[in-house]
Design a protein around this ligand. Structure first.
Ligand code: SF4
Length: 768
């Protein structure tokens, strides 16, 4: 049977005549929107015998393949004699300066439409009109006439390079497929729960549904999830796998798991997308004038061909390849992701409307998603879908622009007009259920005109992008998902269009892919997470797995201590004494986890004052990568004396770090981890209360518990680990918290220091 490949006329034309520079993504997006408006304006001027937006499609057999070419001509006139096709291109240039054959891809697109209409309608002559138009009404039109046979020849010629490319992709898929089918599980045996997890992932992809999986630490989630998804890929249920993470550490685990599978015969092409600022060899703030952006499309194809021959494209290999071809490594990674079997990347590339990968996530696709540490997704989605603008920042940028460009420059005047809408001298902090229309309109106008002024100053360029994004969010603003938060500054307002409930968006995003598995060690209560993450459809499933490790390897203790804001100073010494008792019971490395930097620092100082010769370290805010690494390296196996590391719940050392074997012996968790009060969080509590009465839990209890369980999850990572989790807060005695504890924990209450010392002594003497 012949293989059918679908391609749009535009993609085919661009593929045949690929050349040019990189355009920053936000500007490209704004041009696309302008393009739609420009098309609509021109289409209203058409004579009545012309039809706007006419769809066309035809299967073209070439060799052993069939190319299904489809598209939508901007305008069409057709009779028995002739097909006339109009192709409209909006431009920010003066159309009078564009020569007839400056853009061969534009002609090719019109010719492809004309060829398809001639073939479908049996017409022998065609005319292509190519119209360049600016939004201000200026335009230039060129026409060209053809015979139908001539158009067919051109169509075949344009299809050639595309088919050669597709053949490479197909050949790889064929070679990879039988290794996917034959792939054994990458470990000698399944750990308890791994088989169920792999099956749940496979079924989610097979049924094009979502699976929510809570799997305790140590179960081997990454390998199980990838294994299930790869089997679905081999069976053709999904066309590519996206392993999505919230942190870089998760990405490395996925790369390692794939390496293990490659060792067992798997032929798979994986690619890791690294953030632009991390992979850019120039470390610039902006890309304007970059040598790797100039002529990017002239050199891209050769690099992509080479990428097809590499099974593992991690950051290092991508950078080498990009430097060899003098290309932007970040853009190259996005382009190469289109033919990778497994893409390992941040959540953003699947869910953030600003940066998500168009091919897979702008419309429907059959990509399979693996969402690692899915407990982070709702908060991340809130940020992705919100937009904010600061009046104070705008005022500062306007001052800067006035210095460089003069007070009367168009950009400075435009900024001044926008600033007037942000005047907040009389304002109070408030949360609005409706859009602040005056501000939204001023931003919309600014974004539209500012883009045409084509600013070059990186900070102003960024501000224009932010204004464009603000306008896009304003369009999707609705009362069920959004609030406008107005915060007065000294003189100007800060305005945030805040998406407090991203579930509708996430549900839609999940429904448009081939299937998704969202997993984490902390998804309790599952009904709440299913609803919040949009994974509560009829076909969706939930799975909760038991810990594979012996229960007796964990000593979970609950110690009542008043650690609320008003009690902290009074109980600080007692908290330090409890932590010290834990560390003194047996030489080992321990975590002391606090809900805030301020509390942690206070406790660290008090501890050092009380035991000046103890080995203690303390997390700092904004630690650079090297300092973080040095911090982690202090956790050496089998230490001769105890080390206590003071860290913050929810921070970089409380989640996503792996300290297996005896590199960690215990974690004392001070407080229930509930986040600090803030205007936004209070709003969340009120808004979610309106919906189902569970506002406090959703805004405070569950996020807090998540942070606690993530930190506690550092203690037992393998079957050989033994360790202590010490929960220090009066509130852990409440029924609500008892019900939320992991089922594999046997929590023991200790009220006095003597009971604590005894429990620790017994635990360590029993297990050695
Ligand atoms: S290489 Fe760096 S500066 Fe150049 S386009 Fe890419 S990200 Fe921008």
């Amino acid at each position: 049977m012949q293989k059918i490949h679908s391609v749009s006329a535009r993609a085919l034309a661009e593929f045949a005549f690929e050349k040019g520079d990189l355009i920053p993504a936000a500007r490209a997006a704004s041009r696309m929107r302008d393009g739609v408006r420009g098309h609509q304006a021109l289409q209203t001027l058409l004579p009545v015998s012309w039809r706007p937006e006419v769809a066309v499609s035809r299967d073209i057999p070439i060799g052993d393949r069939v190319l299904r070419v489809h598209g939508r001509a901007d305008a069409l006139y057709i009779d028995r004699e002739i097909v006339r096709v109009q192709e409209i291109k909006t431009t920010t240039k003066d159309p009078a300066t564009i020569l007839k054959y400056d853009y061969p891809a534009h002609w090719a697109q019109g010719e492809i439409y004309a060829a398809l209409f001639c073939l479908n309608e049996g017409v022998s002559r065609a005319e292509v009109r190519l119209t360049y138009a600016r939004l201000d009404g200026r335009m230039r039109e060129y026409t060209e006439e053809y015979n139908a046979w001539e158009l067919q020849e051109r169509l075949i010629a344009y299809a050639g390079p595309y088919l050669e490319w597709i053949s490479r992709v197909d050949d790889w898929k064929d070679a990879s497929k039988h290794t996917l089918d034959a792939l054994p599980f990458p470990f000698d045996s399944y750990r308890e729960g791994q088989r169920e997890m792999a099956k749940a992932v496979y079924l989610a992809m097979k049924n094009h549904a979502s699976a929510l999986i809570e799997a305790p630490t140590g179960i081997g989630k990454t390998a199980a999830a990838l294994f299930g998804a790869l089997k679905a890929l081999g069976q053709g249920h999904v066309t590519a796998i996206f392993y999505l993470t919230a942190r870089t550490t998760g990405r490395r685990a996925a790369e390692d798991a794939l390496d293990l599978m490659r060792d067992r015969g798997l032929a798979i092409r994986s690619l890791t997308i690294t953030a632009k600022e991390k992979i850019c060899p120039f470390g610039k703030a902006g890309c304007m004038g970059c040598q790797y952006a100039a002529g990017y499309y002239d050199r891209r194809r050769e690099a992509l061909k080479e990428a097809m021959g590499v099974q593992k494209l991690d950051a290092e290999r991508l950078l080498r390849l990009a430097e060899k071809h003098e290309l932007c490594p970040f853009e190259l990674s996005l382009d190469a992701s289109e033919t990778a079997d497994v893409v390992i990347c941040d959540y953003n590339y699947a869910f953030d409307p600003k940066v998500r990968l168009k091919r897979y996530f702008e419309g429907r696709s059959r990509a399979g998603l693996l969402v690692d540490e899915a407990h982070n997704l709702a908060d991340r989605a809130r940020d992705m879908l919100s937009a904010e603008l600061s009046g104070a920042r705008l005022a500062e940028l306007r001052r800067q622009a006035a210095r460089f460009e003069g007070r009367d420059s168009p950009m400075v005047r435009l900024m001044g007009e926008l600033l007037a809408a942000f005047d907040g001298r009389e304002a109070e902090q408030e949360s609005l259920s409706g859009l602040p229309e005056g501000i939204a309109e001023a931003v919309r106008r600014f974004a539209e005109i500012a883009d045409e002024l084509e600013p070059v100053e990186p900070e102003i360029v960024d501000f224009v992008y932010e204004a464009q994004w603000f306008s896009r969010v304003a369009k999707r603003f609705d009362e069920e998902s959004y609030r406008a938060l107005i915060a007065p500054g000294e003189r100007y307002l800060d305005v945030r269009l805040w998406c407090f409930d991203p579930s509708k968006w996430l549900k839609k995003a999940l429904s448009r892919v081939g299937g998704a598995a969202l997993f984490s060690a902390t998804l309790t209560p599952m009904e709440y997470y299913a609803e919040t993450l949009g994974a509560d459809g009829e076909a969706d499933s939930q799975l909760r797995l038991e810990s594979p490790f012996p229960r007796e390897n964990l000593l979970a203790l609950r110690m009542p201590l008043a650690v609320g804001m008003k009690d902290r100073e009074r109980t600080l010494t007692a908290a330090c004494q409890i932590i010290h008792a834990m560390a003194a019971a047996r030489a080992g490395n321990y975590l002391a986890c606090f809900p805030s930097y301020a509390y942690m620092t206070q406790a660290f100082r008090r501890y050092r004052m009380l035991w000046p010769y103890d080995d203690v370290i303390c997390q700092e805010s904004q630690m650079p990568e090297r300092a973080r690494q040095a911090f982690i390296e202090r956790f050496q196996p089998a230490p001769q004396r105890s080390l206590v590391a003071f860290i913050v719940l929810g921070g970089v050392f409380a989640e996503g770090v792996d300290l297996p074997d005896d590199r960690l012996s215990g974690a004392a968790i001070v407080s229930t981890g509930i986040p600090q009060l803030s205007f936004e969080r209070e709003q969340l509590r009120e808004l979610l209360d309106d919906a189902d009465g569970g506002g406090y839990d959703a805004a405070y209890t569950y996020p807090g518990l998540r942070r606690v369980l993530q930190a506690a999850g550092r203690v037992i990572r393998t079957e050989n680990d033994r360790g202590v989790v010490l929960l220090m807060d009066m509130r852990y005695r409440q029924e609500k918290y008892r019900a939320l504890m992991p089922p594999h924990w046997d929590v023991v209450d200790v009220k006095k220091m003597s009971e604590l010392n005894e429990a620790l002594r017994r635990f360590w003497s029993e297990g050695g």
